[in-house]
Design a protein around this ligand. Structure first.
Ligand code: HSE
Length: 309
């Protein structure tokens, strides 16, 4: 059986919601998967970063599939695979490329073996592989997601905002591995900084659920990760400021960066202007950036050729 799955790119943190809040973007990657009883991998990659991704046992899609098969006790039944993946999300730029790959592998393999795991269980497995839930959750559920991790596992609340948002993403021409962007973060934070973020993250969710753009405007600042990552992303604060001045609701790092995402109130129809302002601000710091203008994906990962119809 050959299964095709489509998975959105994602943007995590949304400013103050470090490792908790995320959203899905309508930038789609697709995976076609066939599991084989005999060992051996046949992996074909196209699209973003194709030439940098391993096509052997190290491949993240295959590693995720193996985790799922082992958990389901089916790793003896399926020892090899034919994997064809087209990546449309930029790689190592803060748009959840590894989450997209993990979720694609899990979702497709789960379907082939008869869906033993529901979405919540897939989120649990995906989080164990990725290390944090804020990219894998929106890749699975679509929309905005809030995820919490506790002893019993991962909980995820997925929702659509009540306001019409568009996004502008400035994608710098240099990669920033998440490992590196996490290595600059402190082990301890000040109580006042934690309070600063808790208030804004809570306000962001409330404003999105109510569709209150006025409140949304004041919630993008963060003290837990962006200040430390600024040294890795030349011009970060200037790009935030440029986006705001051009009329964005707010702007923040997308995931661990280096991309910067601006939230746009669709009614203001100013994505073009905001994108140009962000691009120009990056140029002032000698950074070339591509501008994307995605919308929210509200479906999450889904099987394109569902065998059950
Ligand atoms: N929350 C994560 C981080 C997202 O900021 O490090 C990157 O995968």
């Amino acid at each position: 059986m050959k299964i095709k799955v489509r998975v959105p790119a994602t943007s995590a943190n949304c400013g103050p919601g470090f490792d908790c809040i995320g959203l899905a973007l309508d930038i789609y990657s697709t995976l076609e998967l066939e599991l084989k009883p005999e060992p051996g991998l046949d992996i074909t990659l196209t699209g973003e970063g194709a030439k940098y991704i391993p096509t052997d046992e190290r491949n993240i899609v295959w590693r995720s599939i193996k985790v799922l098969l082992e958990k389901a006790g089916m790793d003896n039944l399926y020892q090899g695979a034919v994997i064809t993946m087209d990546n449309q999300g930029p790689m190592s730029r803060g748009l959840g490329s590894s989450a997209t790959a993990i979720v694609a592998g899990l979702k497709a393999a789960n379907t082939i073996i008869g869906n033993p795991y529901d979405r919540k269980e897939l989120l649990q497995i995906a989080t164990e592989i990725e290390g944090h839930p804020d990219n894998v959750a929106p890749a699975i559920y679509g929309g905005f997601t809030i995820s919490t991790v506790n002893d019993l596992g991962v909980e995820c609340f997925a929702f659509r905002p009540k306001c019409n948002l568009q996004f502008v993403v400035a994608v710098p021409d240099f990669p920033l591995p998440t490992r590196e962007a996490r290595s600059v973060l402190p082990k301890m934070v000040k109580m006042s900084d934690a309070i600063y973020n808790i208030g804004r993250a809570s306000m962001m969710v409330a404003a999105l659920c109510r569709g209150n753009v006025r409140f949304l405007k004041n919630v993008f600042d963060d003290k837990l990760h962006q200040p430390f990552r600024a040294e890795l992303i030349p011009g970060m604060y200037d790009v935030f400021e440029a986006a705001r001045k051009a009329g964005a609701v707010g702007a923040c790092l997308s995931g661990a960066g280096p991309s910067i995402i601006a939230f746009i109130d669709e009614e203001r129809d100013n994505a073009e202007r905001v994108g140009e302002a962000m691009r120009t601000a990056f140029v002032r710091h000698d950074v070339k950036a591509a501008i994307l203008k995605p919308h929210l994906d509200t479906r999450g990962a889904y099987i394109v050729n569902d065998p059950l119809g």
